[in-house]
Design a protein around this ligand. Structure first.
Ligand SMILES: Nc1nc2c(c(=O)[nH]1)N[C@H]1C(S)=C(S)[C@@H](COP(=O)(O)OP(=O)(O)OC[C@H]3O[C@@H](n4cnc5c(N)ncnc54)[C@H](O)[C@@H]3O)O[C@H]1N2
Ligand code: MOO
Length: 454
């Protein structure tokens, strides 16, 4: 019985048909120059590399991470700790009253003398049988054995009496020095995101500034004279779908986006923009193939750039490329089809940014294919999936419709991208998941660290 799969239904006319899953080993790509279903592979993609290899090359492309940055707390929010947050002090830094009332020494009644507020030195020590008025957060004098809450005591002629039988227990309502941490304790590991709470914790622990992973700078160059930035498609022109999503996506990946610029379909304009970009990474969209106005590769040649990745055996997105520009900066050429560009982001941009920032690779996610996912004979497929909300471990991944290279509709409702190996995945197979930075569903942790950076 043959049935049309969701991805088949979503496949637009002219898009390559994926092969059915099979247990037969995929043909050796090195031994064939074939594209999908035996069609000749385009000569421009003869140098293409396997998908895991492309990710490794991107992760190894920089000579090392950019230098760590040290920023004042006020500028650190949202960035990532490059070093563990180690307490610079005990917390509390001294024995502290947890309540408003009196610091008492020994059993009552107590002779009362003065008061100490938060931030004041107060009496150095409290002899047995004496008490001092104390505010929440004030330092406890040496010799104090407990705090008597203001609602639990009464003062008559200079003497404090407990109104509850037995008076306060030793240590009652005292926050002892080091209760939360001792100086030198690790409060958070390197790699933790600096949330508003982390800012507060860092300040409490004595920090004025934090050592943070650098944010690689990126400039996005959107190519294509057919692209409109407003209104409806007309006269063969379409809306730019990549400019709007690349900026926030790259920021979510830890980049600082210097600009997103439209470049006209002229080689000189592109050459000028790439040569003069101040960014660590230039990301271009479109123009990677061999059409009449596909100038990315010719411009890279003219600039003397080295092509590190020239096509990847992945669908969609196989014309993606990675180059090292003179001076050590990098350029990622994303294909123009929107889902193909996404494929280029997760395959090349993400590992490159992670390597530049010095971030460790997070664990991969794993799910179980809820249905057969057709594969390509030799290329990896990246397929938008929705994760089941049931209790299954690993969760079920349901391939989404509208996953054609030019479509974003499936991805817009996806929780992750599933990595479908050449030949496809059968229903029930475990599939690797790639996280989408905005997805509400946390990825189910895989068994091990990702062998390739994510
Ligand atoms: N002879 C061959 N032609 C093509 C091949 C091939 O192997 N042989 N591969 C196809 C594949 S797959 C892709 S992907 C594209 C990649 O082409 P480019 O990177 O040169 O991209 P463009 O030609 O500029 O655009 C392709 C497509 O995407 C639309 N586009 C471009 N930018 C945007 C944007 N910012 N927002 C929305 N849509 C965009 C553009 O209008 C085209 O429709 O090459 C195939 N050709
Ligand atoms: O199918 Mo292309 O691979 O749209 O990138």
């Amino acid at each position: 019985m043959t049935s049309r799969t969701e991805s088949d239904q979503a496949r637009p006319p002219g898009d390559p048909a994926p092969a059915q899953p099979s247990s037969a080993p995929p043909p050796d790509p090195a031994a064939t120059d074939e594209g999908p279903r035996g069609t000749p592979r385009h000569p421009a993609h003869r140098n293409s590399v396997d998908w895991p290899e492309a990710r490794r090359i991107a992760a190894d492309a920089p000579t090392g991470p950019l230098p760590t940055v040290v920023l004042p707390l006020a500028e650190a929010r949202g960035r990532v700790l490059a070093q563990p947050l180690t307490a610079l002090t005990d917390l509390p830094a001294f024995d502290t009253s947890a309540m408003d009332g009196w610091a008492v020494a020994g059993p009552g009644p107590w002779r009362l003398s003065g008061r100490v507020l938060a931030g004041e030195q107060g009496p150095v020590s409290l002899p047995d049988g004496t008490a001092v008025g104390i505010a929440t957060g004030a330092r406890l004098p040496r010799g104090a054995t407990a705090v008597l809450r203001s609602e639990h005591g009464t003062v008559r002629r200079g003497t404090l009496h407990a109104t509850e039988p037995g008076g306060p227990q030793p240590g009652q309502d005292v926050r002892p020095r080091g209760q939360e941490c001792h100086s030198g304790d690790e409060l958070l590991p390197a790699g933790a995101v600096v949330t508003p709470v982390v800012l507060g914790l860092a300040a409490a622990a004595g920090y004025d500034e934090l050592a943070l992973f650098p944010r690689p700078t990126v400039e996005v160059l959107v190519l294509g004279d057919e692209l409109l930035t407003a209104g409806l498609p007309e006269d063969g022109r379409i809306r730019d779908a990549l400019g709007p999503f690349l900026h926030p996506w790259l920021c979510a990946l830890g980049a600082e986006v210097l600009a997103t610029r439209r470049i006209t379909d002229e080689a000189e304009a592109l050459l000028d923009a790439v040569a003069n970009s101040a960014a660590d990474v230039v990301v271009t969209t479109g123009g990677t193939a061999s059409g009449p106005v596909d100038f990315v590769k010719p411009v890279l040649r003219r600039l003397g750039a080295g092509l590190l990745v020239d096509g990847v055996r992945v669908r969609p997105g196989h014309p993606m490329l990675l180059a090292e520009l003179p001076g050590g900066r990098h350029l990622v050429g994303l294909p123009g089809n929107p889902l193909a560009a996404v494929s280029g982001v997760v395959t090349l941009v993400q590992p490159l940014l992670r390597a530049l920032a010095g971030h460790p690779a997070p664990p991969t996610g794993t799910a179980r294919a809820a249905a057969a996912v057709p594969g390509h004979p030799v290329d990896t497929r990246l397929v938008p999936v929705a994760l089941g909300s049931g209790a299954e471990v690993p969760p079920l991944a349901r391939p989404l419709r509208f996953n054609g290279p030019a479509m974003l509709r499936g991805l817009a409702t996806a929780d992750a991208l599933a990595v479908v190996p050449p030949g496809g995945s059968a229903a029930g197979d475990d599939v690797e998941l790639l996280a989408l930075p905005w997805a509400r569903t946390a990825l189910p942790a895989g068994a091990s660290e990702s062998p390739s950076p994510t």
